[in-house]
Design a protein around this ligand. Structure first.
Ligand code: ADP
Ligand code: 5GP
Length: 199
């Protein structure tokens, strides 16, 4: 029986390691895909248009909102970010699980529209480690890092909105936890009801 893909919303402070954990968990798997967001943020060194993000200007972003092209969108540290709807819908219809790496306001919008989405919060082992990772990543100015740390403190207040928390200390363990959560969601009784009816 072909199952519909499931939607996984992954949030957590910038620098917690969300994209690293997501890409680690996706290695060698074809049943998982990552939704590339659109953003008005400028690309960091090494980032490529269409890979990390679709980098667009404000005008185009506003056009996407007006054209209902986005599943959700939010402003994060002075820039727009949003999830293109079409790709997500196509992948889910093909039975592929879709991972969204989005912040809390966007996660709340997705939860409204897709109540079955699984909400996962990724955190670093400590805020000190978060700062260390942001500094080591070397992609943000000291000012941007300070803004992201402040935002992280606010985001922690909303952690109870999520279904699962992954503490990204060891990358292998964190990726294994993400895979386990995805597997568990596919074993939910409500999703297996067809097998019972088939008896
Ligand atoms: P996010 O997507 O949450 O903003 P990134 O995936 O860009 O975070 O990770 C931030 C930085 O932390 C990167 O330099 C990444 O290599 C590093 N990192 C990610 N996970 C770990 C980990 N488990 N241990 C040490 N460093 C990590
Ligand atoms: P960064 O600038 O570090 O890549 O991302 C900043 C924040 O924006 C992260 O918390 C990330 O999860 C979030 N983000 C990335 N894409 C989207 C999106 O499409 N929608 C929303 N709401 N947040 C996003």
């Amino acid at each position: 029986m072909r199952e519909q893909g499931k939607l996984f919303v992954i949030s957590g402070p910038s620098g917690a390691g969300k994209s690293t954990v997501v890409f680690k968990a996706m290695e060698g798997r074809e049943d998982l895909c990552f939704s590339t967001s659109a953003t008005t943020r400028k690309p960091r060194p090494g980032e490529q248009d269409g890979r990390e993000y679709f980098f667009v200007d404000r005008e185009r972003f506003v056009e996407m909102i007006a054209g209902d092209e986005l599943l959700e969108h939010a402003v994060y540290v002075n820039n727009y970010y949003g999830t293109p709807r079409k790709y997500v819908e196509e992948q889910l219809a093909q039975g592929v699980n879709v991972l969204l790496d989005i912040e809390v306001q966007g996660a709340r919008q997705v939860a409204e529209k897709c109540p079955d989405a699984t909400k996962i919060f990724v955190i670093p082992p400590s805020l000190r480690e978060l700062e260390r990772r942001l500094v080591n990543r070397g992609t943000d100015t000291a000012e941007a890092i300070a803004a992201r740390l402040e935002r992280a403190r606010q985001e922690y207040q909303e952690a109870d909105f999520y279904d699962y928390i992954i503490v990204n200390d060891s990358l292998e363990q964190a990726a294994a936890e993400l895979s386990a959560i995805i597997l568990a969601q596919h074993c939910r009784a409500a999703d297996r009801a067809d097998y019972l009816r088939a008896l």
